[in-house]
Design a protein. Structure first.
Length: 427
C-alpha cells in the first residue's frame, strides 16, 4: 500500500493535532508581540526562566504516557474493560505526579534563590501542570478521534490569549500573564476529561485489571526517562544560562527560542503524534510492512523539515521584528543559528518515536537520551561561559546531531540483526 498524506484517518488526525498545536504554540506566538512589549526584555527573561524551570516538572506529570498510553489505547480500543483500566490508570497516575511536582516546587522555594524571591511567579507557572495532568490527549490520539477535543482546546485558549492582550500591560503583570495561561490549560483539561468519561463510557471499574495497570505504568517509564533526558538538553541551555547571564540576555535567548520552538512544535508534533498510531499498527501487522512505512515517512518528513529550516533562516529578521520588537534585534543572529533545528528535530523524533517506540523498543530510548543529555551538560558548561547565549545554541545543535547518530545506529543494528521479523507487535 502506497504512503499518502490523503489517507483519511491519518490526515484528519494530523490536522486535528495541528489545531491543538496551533492553540498551544501559535496563539502564544500571536500574543507574543504584546507580551514582550508590555513586560520588557528583563521581565520577559524572568518569566521565561520560570516557565523553563516548570517544564522539568511538566515532564514528570506527562511521564511518557503521550506515547505509551496512546499505543495502549490504539491496541485495545475494541476491548472496553481494558480501555477503562488504561484510562483510569493514566488519569490517577498523572494526578499523583502533579501532587509530587508541587512538593518539588516547595523544595525549590527553600533552596533556589530565584524561586524564593518571586514564589508567586513560579506557582502561577506551575499550575499549568494541573491542566496537563487532566488533559487526555493520549486517549484521543489512540482512538484517532481528535477533532472535537482540538476545537474545544483552540477556542478556550484563544479566549485566554485575548485576556492576556487585554490585561497584561506593564512589567508588573508577569504573574497575571502566567496565571491566565495556566487557567486556560486547566479549563481545557477538565472539560475534555469529562467529555471522554461521558462519550466513551469511561466509568471506573470495580475490579480493574491490576496486571494491565502495572504494564501501563511500566511501559511509560522508559519513555519518561528519555523525555527527561531529551528535554534536559533542549531546555538545559536556558537553565544554565540563568547562572551566567543577566535577565536581559535571558530575554534575547528566550525570544529566539520561543520562535523556533513554536515552528518545530507546529510542524513536528502533528506529524509525529498523528503518525504514531499508524506506525505502531504497521509494525504490528508485519515487520516488513512497518519498515516500508517507516522509510517512506522518513523521506517525506526530512524533505519537509528542510523546507521549514530554510524558511526560518530567510524570515528570521521579519519574525524577530514583528514578534519581539526592536528591543530584541540581537535575537536575529541567534534565530538564524537555530534555523537548522527544525530539520534536525523532525528527523531525530522520527527515528526515536516512530522507530524505537513504534517497534516497542523504547527500552533503548533512555540510553540515547542519557548519552545526549550528558553531552549537553558538558558542552553547555564549556561553551556558555565563553560564548554566552550562543554557547547554549551550539550545545543544543550538537546534541541534536548526536541523537540522530545514536538513534539511527540502534535502528540500523535492529534492522540488520532481526531482519524481516524484527519489531512485530502483539496487542
Amino acid at each position: 500500500m502506497s504512503f499518502s498524506w490523503r489517507e483519511s484517518k491519518l490526515f484528519k488526525n494530523i490536522a486535528s493535532i495541528g489545531l491543538v498545536q496551533l492553540a498551544n504554540y501559535i496563539i502564544p506566538m500571536i500574543i507574543l508581540p504584546f507580551v514582550t512589549r508590555a513586560l520588557g526584555k528583563a521581565e520577559f527573561g524572568s518569566v521565561s526562566y520560570a516557565q523553563t524551570l516548570i517544564t522539568y516538572l511538566t515532564l514528570i506529570v506527562t511521564y511518557g504516557y503521550e506515547y505509551s498510553a496512546t499505543q495502549d489505547v490504539a491496541l485495545n480500543r475494541e476491548h472496553k474493560d481494558a480501555l477503562r483500566t488504561i484510562f483510569w490508570t493514566v488519569v490517577r497516575s498523572r494526578l499523583r505526579l502533579f501532587g509530587l511536582t508541587m512538593l518539588i516546587l516547595l523544595v525549590l522555594y527553600a533552596v533556589m534563590p530565584r524561586v524564593h524571591e518571586n514564589p508567586s511567579l513560579y506557582l502561577a507557572a506551575a499550575m499549568i501542570n494541573l491542566g496537563i495532568a487532566l488533559y487526555p490527549t493520549w486517549f484521543f490520539q489512540g482512538m484517532e478521534q481528535m477533532e472535537k477535543m482540538a476545537v474545544a482546546n483552540f477556542l478556550i485558549k484563544s479566549m485566554g490569549g485575548l485576556l492576556i492582550v487585554w490585561l497584561v500591560t506593564t512589567p508588573a503583570d508577569g504573574v497575571l500573564y502566567l496565571s491566565i495561561l495556566s487557567l486556560a490549560y486547566v479549563l481545557v483539561g477538565a472539560g475534555t476529561l469529562l467529555y471522554v468519561m461521558q462519550r466513551f463510557d469511561m466509568r471506573p471499574l470495580t475490579r480493574p485489571d491490576a496486571a494491565l495497570a502495572k504494564r501501563v505504568v511500566g511501559r511509560g517509564f522508559p519513555i519518561f526517562l528519555n523525555n527527561m533526558f531529551v528535554s534536559a538538553y533542549t531546555i538545559m541551555g536556558i537553565t544554565i544560562l540563568g547562572f551566567y547571564v543577566a535577565d536581559d540576555q535571558l530575554g534575547i535567548y528566550s525570544g529566539s527560542y520561543r520562535i523556533v520552538m513554536a515552528v518545530m512544535t507546529l510542524t513536528n508534533a502533528p506529524i509525529n503524534i498523528g503518525l504514531f498510531p499508524s506506525m505502531s499498527r504497521k509494525f504490528g501487522e508485519s515487520a516488513a510492512e512497518g519498515w516500508r512505512y517507516f522509510d517512506r515517512s522518513l523521506l517525506a518528513v526530512a524533505g519537509f523539515g528542510t523546507a521549514v529550516s530554510v524558511a526560518v533562516w530567510i524570515f528570521a529578521p521579519l519574525a524577530v521584528g514583528v514578534l519581539l520588537g526592536g528591543e530584541f534585534k540581537e535575537s536575529v543572529g541567534l534565530l538564524r543559528l537555530f534555523a537548522v533545528l527544525p530539520l534536525l528535530v523532525i528527523v531525530a523524533s522520527l527515528l526515536t518515536v516512530q522507530g524505537l517506540y513504534g517497534l516497542q523498543r523504547q527500552r533503548y530510548a533512555p540510553y540515547v537520551g542519557a548519552t545526549v543529555a550528558a553531552l549537553n551538560i558538558v558542552l553547555s558548561l564549556l561553551l556558555i561561559p565563553r560564548f554566552g547565549i550562543y554557547g547554549a545554541a551550539y550545545a543544543w545543535i550538537a546534541c541534536q546531531l548526536c541523537e540522530i547518530a545514536v538513534s539511527g545506529s540502534i535502528l540500523l543494528a535492529l534492522r540488520r540483526s532481526r531482519g524481516r521479523d524484527s519489531g512485530t507487535l502483539k496487542p
